[in-house]
Design a binder for this molecule. Structure first.
Ligand SMILES: Nc1ncnc2c1ncn2[C@@H]1O[C@H](COP(=O)(O)OP(=O)(O)O)[C@@H](O)[C@H]1O
Ligand SMILES: [Mg+2]
Length: 628
């Protein structure tokens, strides 16, 4: 007798479940997609215990006939696909007929449904893939599927589940983003009786973004007006294809350190796609430092034949028929609109601009410097960091450098310090011997932003914002460790609106916020009241600092350690509180800055790793003047 046997459906389903049901959020995704495919306009998601105890999705879609309600749990049973030809043009989110049997094989499912074509509804109860009961019930048209005790019969899987908050954050992200893809529908998300999201129908994507993320984020976003492009087919009888893209992308100064804020929908399906991500990065080329990412909400639509969605069991990947064409289309569409909405310069000499991101103001400086150069006027080439201009660009003619104290001539045959090896351009991120910083003599400022200082070993350029950031960062860390952050009570509490995800992060890190000097309180629906804050943070920066901290927490979902979180909080406070670029400093302040910087534990870099100072060694200066 042969050894090969065909697996029973029961086993096959459990295997498929391994691919389809990775975590609670994947169950939510499948159920949401089914509701959308059923034409629902009201979708309510309820979660308990991060989705382990309960995930329930209820909709007012087309419901199921009694026979179908049972069939739906059979492997490869689907109403969305009839024959193999249909696979080439899938217009629904589901098509594999795998989700329900997979989910049912690893949980206890209760399905309640009614189609408008039947007078009564149906209730089916299944546990571990076995049907327990099937009854007639009275209910409205639509479907509710409750999934309890996920992985109760797969202990190995259960062990790998992340914390309740982590799972919940994933679910919140998912529901939030599906709600963005359907502004005309109602989405609700409830967690253990608390409402995390309630988005009612609105006319435009913009209004939905406002509902979900609030006005603050909207200010940082550029709306991509719908753009279409036609792709001619090589065969004359094949009709041309039309692609279109719309959505929102962030202004270049919004810089995220991971891709968590990029959401791409292809024909209404939330996907992860390297090609589109790459296209997006290319659109921001030169507008943003390399390791930074924007916020993006992209809706790419095309003919169903142009994209193969049958690539992965969880349907999160797609394959485009014309990859490089799609890449260029997305890149150009995003880039073009980024250019069009070039941020208005917010630079007033002597006053920090209203934009709280300290580096954004460099755009103006660089614009001034490149004015008349070969750059087309619309290309904002702000290469932000590290600014390492060749010495020839130095504008010492600028009267900003106070010469009241005449620069003492250095004797030419002085002790020449070692070169730092192989940097012919002269400027080096200063990394050695930073304690000497305390002995430097400030000569003045360049662009009101960089302190120029002379030392026995050459010329130094210190980024005043970054230097101050380092000083404050260490100060806040010490205060945190000692449990005595200097706190300032606000006359009027600042009220902040949070997204569902932020709300979850907030609950998770509220204690640590308190330890760092933020007194906050939940204040109704996804809103918190901030009553006190670290004294270093100005009230105008408060909202940003807190949102930034929530984002740090979110980014470190997987490896959140208290010390990482504290460092993140300290870095965020320091960055906001540090003096901005383009701020005149008098001699005393510059001296204070250099002395205090020299006394820090690690004066070479800001908490984010940017260099604090550049050094032109005397030797290189001498060499450049052909003196040695
Ligand atoms: N919320 C729902 N409303 C109406 N019908 C549903 C719903 N969820 C599932 N179904 C039916 O059950 C079938 C099987 O669902 P599923 O296993 O997710 O496979 P697929 O979505 O790939 O068809 C669907 O094709 C659909 O006919
Ligand atoms: Mg489905």
């Amino acid at each position: 007798m042969g050894r090969i046997r065909v697996l029973s459906d029961h086993v096959a389903n459990k295997i498929a479940a391994g691919e389809v049901v990775e975590r609670p959020a994947s169950v939510v995704k499948e159920l949401l997609e089914n509701s959308l495919d059923a034409g629902a306009t009201n979708i309510r998601v309820e979660i308990e215990n991060g989705g382990r105890r309960l995930i329930r999705v209820a909709d007012d879609g087309c419901g199921m006939l009694r026979d179908d309600a049972l069939l739906a749990f059979e492997r490869h049973a689907t109403s969305k696909l009839h024959d193999v030809k249909d696979l080439l043009s899938i217009a629904t989110l589901g098509f594999r007929g795998e989700a329900l049997p997979s989910i049912a094989s690893v949980s206890r499912v209760l399905l309640e449904t009614r189609s408008p074509d039947e007078q009564t509804g149906t209730r089916v109860e299944i546990a571990g893939g076995r049907i327990l009961t099937c009854d007639e019930i009275a209910r409205d048209v639509g479907t509710a599927i409750a999934v309890r005790d996920l992985f109760f019969n797969v202990p190995a899987r259960k062990k790998f589940l992340r914390s309740e908050q982590t799972e919940l954050a994933h679910i919140a992200s998912l529901v939030t983003h599906y709600s963005l893809a359907h502004p005309d529908k109602t989405f609700e998300l409830w967690n253990g009786g608390a409402n995390l999201l309630h988005a009612t129908p609105v006319e435009t994507l913009r209004e939905r973004v406002f509902q979900v993320f609030g006005g603050q984020l909207l200010e940082d976003l550029i709306e991509l007006q719908p753009q279409s492009r036609r792709l001619q087919m090589p065969e004359p009888d094949e009709p041309a294809r039309t692609y279109s893209v719309c959505g929102f992308v962030s202004r270049p100064q919004v810089q995220k350190n991971n891709r968590n804020s990029i959401f791409v929908f292809v024909n209404g399906r939330l996907i992860r796609d390297r090609l589109v991500l790459h296209a997006l990065s290319s659109a921001y080329h030169n507008l943003m430092p390399q390791a930074c990412y924007p916020f993006a909400l992209l809706f790419l639509d095309c003919d169903c034949e142009e994209v193969d969605v049958n690539v992965h069991p969880s349907k999160t990947e797609v394959r485009f028929r014309h990859q490089s064409w799609v890449h260029d289309f997305v890149r150009d569409a995003v880039r073009e609109q980024l250019m069009l909405s070039r941020p208005a310069p917010s630079f007033t000499p002597g006053m920090p601009g209203p934009n709280p991101l300290p580096y954004s103001d460099f755009s103006q400086i660089l614009q001034n410097e490149t004015a008349g150069a070969s750059l087309p006027a619309t290309v904002p080439e702000y290469t932000l960091l590290p600014p390492a201009p060749p010495p020839a660009r130095f504008d010492f003619g600028d009267a900003a450098i106070p010469l009241s104290e005449p620069v003492k001539e250095e004797p030419l045959r002085l002790r020449v310090p070692d070169t730092h090896g192989g940097f012919p351009d002269g400027a080096l991120p200063a990394s050695h011997d930073m304690t000497r910083i305390g002995e430097l003599r400030p000569l003045g400022q360049l662009h009101g932003s960089f302190i120029i200082a002379a030392g026995t070993d050459g010329l130094w350029i210190i980024d005043q914002h970054v230097a101050h950031e380092r000083i404050l960062f260490e100060q806040v860390l010490k205060q945190q460790a000692a449990g005595r952050v200097e706190v300032q009570h606000l006359l009027m509490p600042v009220i902040l609106q949070l997204t569902p995800e932020q709300q979850i992060e907030y609950a998770r890190i509220a204690d640590e916020l308190h330890n760092s000097g933020f007194e906050t309180e939940p204040f109704g629906n996804r809103t918190i009241a901030v009553k006190a804050a670290p004294a270093a943070v100005g009230q105008g920066d408060l909202e940003r600092v807190i949102l930034e901290i929530l984002e740090i927490a979110e980014n470190e979902l997987r490896s959140v350690s208290i010390s990482d979180l504290r460092r993140g909080i300290a870095a965020s406070i320091a960055c906001r509180a540090a003096i901005k670029i383009n701020t005149p400093l008098d001699q005393r302040k510059m001296e204070w800055m250099l002395r205090t910087l020299a006394a820090t534990d690690y004066p070479m870099a800001c908490p984010h790793g940017r260099p604090v100072a550049l050094q032109y060694s005397t030797r290189d200066i001498l060499k450049s003047f052909h003196r040695i």
